[in-house]
Ligand binder design. Structure first.
Ligand code: HEC
Length: 589
């Protein structure tokens, strides 16, 4: 072995050793780094685990200890989205990590009879669950927390006397009425003034009816319909109203009653509220399309909106003004089989079709335009326009409209009835309108008790009375089996009319004064409803008749109800017509 080789060998082996040392140091470092990465990864995974808590705690009060059924709502500073969960039987609440991004949150609660001292803000981080126990105390002023339904439950009077108030909740809550100090004579004046407002009104943004007061004298056009009630009837109503307000006492002499808090299944839910960009927005109908876009009509303004259910992003499109002197706003919003969005534009007197791709509108004008309430194109049914190119329109009269020829044919509800028949004297018109798979018409007789079928080809009228008399069918949806699901506003039921067997089924809503406005069946076999009275959303399992009554986090004026069948279980969507929000309700079981 030469010296050089020996040196070089030694050199090599020294270098190899060194390299080995460097390598093992690197390996250790690598091991440490990857371990760290793994931890971080687990942390991220944990953070992404939808069931892991971002914020949670226990709700208790001195009176009850741990409290079930308390709604806890969290809103991040600067956000337009509020998320609500409900405490369980142990009083425990938890916001899943997937629903609260890091940030500073304000927290509020809903539990009738209770308040919490400002518990927020609370910091939600990506790493660790934030803890916030909520201690509730009895409220000092229960009257500030009552829903319309709870006022109706509390006030003395007969069912019939109280039902007059159901015509008031379209524009404002009953609190305004029971807190007032009017005597009977003043109430006569107030009732008169209410009939001068168009439906899409709120106290902060009234719209006058351009052609004078509504015909029926109860403040809400379609309620009852027909001629104004005789002065004696108005007088009686006014006298009754003066017995439930503060005209003769400084405090209500009747005990204030409240509904029970949610229990069991009704606490297994996540509710998301999306604030709309215009605080005056009145989202009347909200409908989800196949792309997950929630379209909504605005009852008081010339806008149609679109909420992306995945991102929460909102876009609004101006609806053409047909007559600047008429009240603004649209009622019915429906999708047709090609994905066009249809609107009943109320006093603007047209049915309007929006192409979501081009954002262009096409309109069809009612022939009675400018003639009183008859021009009020409230409802439109394009759901089976593919069958015969026709839609049905609900206004003061109802019509079949041929979209190609532009011809409007009026439904004759009294056809074949002798003029002296007791039926001919009733209000037979329809409020909600729906169509079956052959595009036959089904009208909901809000002023009475009928589901009215009109044959699409012959225009022949057939009436079917609901099992509950005078139930006030209001609006509904036809399911894929041609069964009509509808809200019985006075009957307090979800109604189902099977158009094939011509048989009804009614599902009673347990809480009185829920006053279902609309109903829909989802693909899992649950029927859903809600109304303007008690902030409840009701889900009925039609196989077992098991009923769940969810409570919404705030005062909510519920109109059209809708479901998204692409989730499991299906998700419920609704607009808050007097609260400028769109609401998503996800049952967890
Ligand atoms: C179409 C919308 C609408 C309906 C329906 C409606 N109101 Fe009103 N109400 C308003 C508006 C707008 C205001 C605020 C402006 C005003 O006072 O005239 C108001 C205010 C009130 C007030 C407070 C003002 C006052 O004078 O004390 C009372 C009380 C009231 N309404 C009673 C009723 C009753 C009772 C009914 C049902 C029979 C009813 N309203 C139905 C639109 C409506």
């Amino acid at each position: 072995m030469s010296l050089t080789t020996a040196i070089s060998r030694e050199f090599v082996s020294a270098n190899v050793k060194k390299a080995m040392r460097v390598l093992s140091a690197t390996t250790i470092l690598l091991l440490i780094v990857s371990a760290l990465l793994l931890c971080a990864g687990l942390e991220i995974l944990n953070a992404q685990n939808s069931s892991a808590s971002a914020l949670g705690g226990r709700v208790t009060s001195q009176e009850e200890g741990p409290m079930e059924g308390v709604l806890v709502s969290a809103k991040r500073a600067g956000s337009t989205i509020t998320v609500t969960v409900v405490s369980d039987a142990q009083g425990q609440y938890s916001f899943p990590r997937s629903r609260l991004e890091p940030g500073q949150y304000s927290v509020r609660i809903r539990a009738v009879g209770y308040e919490t001292d400002n518990p927020g803000p609370v910091e939600v981080t990506a790493q660790k669950a934030a803890e916030l126990d909520l201690k509730l105390r009895k409220t000092r002023d229960l009257s500030r927390q009552l829903s319309n339904g709870e006022w109706l439950m509390s006030m003395p009077g007969t069912q019939e006397q109280k039902q007059v108030f159901l015509g008031c909740t379209g524009c404002h809550t009953l609190e305004r009425i029971v807190r007032s100090q009017h005597d009977a004579a003043e109430f006569v004046q107030v009732l008169q003034r209410m009939t001068t407002y168009a439906q899409g009104s709120t106290p902060s943004r009234p719209q006058l009816r351009p052609r004078g007061p509504a015909g029926n004298g109860d403040g809400e056009g379609p309620m009852g319909g027909g001629p104004p009630p005789p002065t004696a009837v108005v007088q009686k109503r006014a006298e009754y109203m003066a017995t439930v307000d503060l005209s003769s006492t400084s405090q209500w002499e009747y005990p204030l009653k409240t509904n029970a808090r949610p229990k069991g299944k009704a606490t297994k839910v996540i509710i998301t509220e999306y604030d709309l960009p215009r605080p005056e927005a009145m989202p009347h109908d909200a409908v989800i399309d196949a792309q997950g876009m929630v379209w909504y009509s605005d009852f008081g303004s010339q806008y149609v909106g679109k909420l992306d259910s995945k991102t929460g992003k909102i876009a609004e499109y101006p609806v053409p003004v047909m007559d600047p002197n008429e009240p603004r706003g649209a009622l019915d919003l429906e999708l047709d089989p090609s994905g066009y969005v249809w609107l009943g534009t109320m006093y603007q007197g047209v049915i309007a079709r929006l192409d979501p791709k081009t954002q262009e509108f096409k309109t069809w004008k009612i022939p009675t335009f400018g003639k009183g309430d008859a021009a009020r194109t409230a409802m439109v049914t394009p759901g089976r326009v593919d069958v015969d190119g026709k839609v049905w329109v609900g206004a003061d009269d109802e019509y079949q409209v041929n979209l190609n020829s532009g011809k409007w044919v009026t439904i004759d509800y009294t056809q074949g009835l002798p003029p002296d028949s007791p039926l001919a004297k009733l209000n037979l018109g329809s409020y909600g309108v729906a169509s079956d798979s052959k595009n036959n018409f089904y009208g909901m007789n809000f002023g009475g008790t009928f589901i009215t079928r009109v044959d699409a080809k012959t225009m022949k009228v057939t009436r079917f009375a609901t099992p509950t008399p005078n139930s006030a069918p209001r609006r509904g949806h036809i399911d894929p089996q041609d069964r009509l699901w509808f809200g019985e506003y006075r009957g307090n039921n979800i109604g189902m009319f099977d158009t094939k067997t011509e048989k009804f089924q009614e599902y009673a809503v347990p809480t009185t004064w829920t006053n279902p406005y609309d109903a829909i069946l989802d693909s899992a076999g649950y029927a859903w409803t809600g109304g303007m009275s008690n902030d409840h959303i009701v889900r009925v399992n039609t196989k077992t008749s098991d009923v769940t009554e969810y409570l919404l986090p705030r005062t909510t004026n519920v109109r059209r109800v809708n479901v998204d069948n692409s989730t499991n279980p299906p998700t419920f969507w609704v607009g808050n017509n007097l609260g400028a929000t769109i609401i998503k309700l996800e049952p967890l079981e």
